[in-house]
Design a protein around this ligand. Structure first.
Ligand code: C6P
Length: 406
């Protein structure tokens, strides 16, 4: 991977923050955008902006072709079997809520179980809490090992014939744990349950093949993979999507409308009520093209190398707790002893280094870690060993600042 060339594609990275060259280590929150994506959106608005699926005029046809072309790109990227299995949403949160509300409320009843884990982001927890409340189903949690992984033995123990839905992150946004989705799907299917994967931290960093994983639904956000905010995807197996009712009603998603009743369009449009996120889809297609040229396997390997390089250095620092397993995705969640993570992040920011501090939308996981908050450095294709060195030096400064000398 030519990281120097990649960095040059990201204009935002080329600036000073607080008098220092920016080191951006918050890509798990949102990634930066390359010129190729910014230009694609710019060009769409300059040349092809129109509403889709409506007019017969040339500009409208171009916009429709770009929007539906983006769907085809997503289909290829995640290796879905059918293009109509790709529903555009606002992001991961909206995608999971769509499954929970439409599939969950229609198919669950008292006595049924929804199996999740304590490492879930709130977006893959609260929608299921709501389904449980509405249907009388109960939530069950696969226990976590001390390093924040799940074992297949515990997966086997937790999923039973009463399980109807298993909802799990592909990659934890806090621990970096990579969950064995294919194996979990096998256990779930053997017990008659479906599997919903929160892929927000998966798709941007690794090759995802939804048919090979055999998951029933897979949700992800464009903004974590070089695309703009406001566009995301729900992949779902056609067999389920066809049975499901829309949850948003109005323009775009209808077939025939009468005074007292209406019918819906076929897949995927029945789930895309209102004017869709056209420029977002155009940006997502450009981001997919960009990442595909680099290669998802290369991205994963590179990020894991960079993370290992960082952890090696961090482990030499006294008084640092690093959370999560050894084999992990490209992020490091940590705390300096007796220093609040917000203070750590503030000192790093004064050095031009952007990390995230807080509960990372995973309060039950913070409880499991026995902390109220943590700091987190997350890496992407444009980060370098030099960024890691600056980060480690910044942490040393933070420790000095708060009264502990190495
Ligand atoms: N995590 C983070 O800093 P949205 O906001 O819908 O694009 O994605 C939600 C979401 C769902 N699942 C996981 C595993 C996630 O990491 C996220 C977003 C960001 O970790 C913002 S809290």
């Amino acid at each position: 991977m030519d990281v120097k060339a990649i960095r040059a594609d990201f204009p935002l990275l080329n600036q000073e923050v607080n008098g220092h060259p920016l080191v951006y280590l918050d890509s798990s929150a949102t990634s930066q955008k390359p010129t190729q994506v910014i230009d694609a959106i710019n060009q769409y608005y300059r040349l092809n902006n129109s509403n889709v699926h409506r007019g017969v005029h040339t500009i409208g046809t171009r916009a429709t072709e770009q929007y539906e072309g983006a769907r085809e790109r997503v289909k290829q990227f995640i290796h879905a079997q059918y293009v109509e299995e790709v529903i555009f949403t606002r992001g991961t949160t909206t995608a999971i809520n769509l499954v929970a509300t439409s599939y969950g409320r229609a198919n669950l009843t008292e006595g049924d179980e929804i199996v999740i884990t304590q490492m879930e982001h709130h977006s893959n927890l609260i929608p299921w809490q709501q389904v449980a409340k509405a249907t009388g189903a109960t939530l069950k949690f696969i226990p976590l090992e001390d390093d924040g992984t799940v074992t297949l033995a515990n997966v086997e123990k937790t999923i039973t014939q009463a399980t109807k839905i298993v909802a799990i992150a592909h990659v934890s946004n806090v621990l970096g744990t990579i969950n064995p989705i294919k194996e979990i799907a096998e256990v779930a299917h053997r017990n008659g349950a479906i599997v919903v994967v929160d892929g927000a931290q998966g798709v941007p960093h690794m090759k995802v093949d939804v048919q090979a994983l055999d998951c029933d639904f897979y949700a992800f956000s464009g903004h974590k993979m070089c695309a703009p905010t406001g566009i995301g995807v729900l992949y779902g197996k056609k067999v389920w999507l066809e049975q499901m009712e829309p949850i948003e009603f109005g323009g775009e998603m209808i077939d025939f409308v009468d005074l007292y009743d209406s019918t819906w369009k076929e897949l995927p449009w029945k789930f895309e009520g209102g004017t869709p996120i056209i420029s977002g889809a155009v940006g997502l297609a450009a981001a997919i093209d960009y990442l595909t040229v680099i290669g998802l396997d290369q991205i994963m390997t590179y990020e894991q190398q960079l993370t290992a390089y960082a952890i090696d250095q961090l482990e030499q620092i006294d008084g640092i707790d690093i959370y999560g397993p050894k084999k992990r995705a490209g992020l490091i969640t940590f705390n300096l002893t007796d220093v609040h993570p917000h203070d750590t992040a503030t000192v790093l920011d004064s050095e031009g280094i952007a990390v995230r501090a807080g509960h990372h939308c995973a309060q039950p996981l913070m409880k499991w870690l026995n902390v109220t908050a943590t700091a987190r450095a997350s890496f992407y294709i444009y980060n370098t060993e030099d960024d890691v060195d600056r980060f480690v030096n910044g942490l040393k400064k933070a420790k000095e600042f708060f009264g502990d000398v190495f």
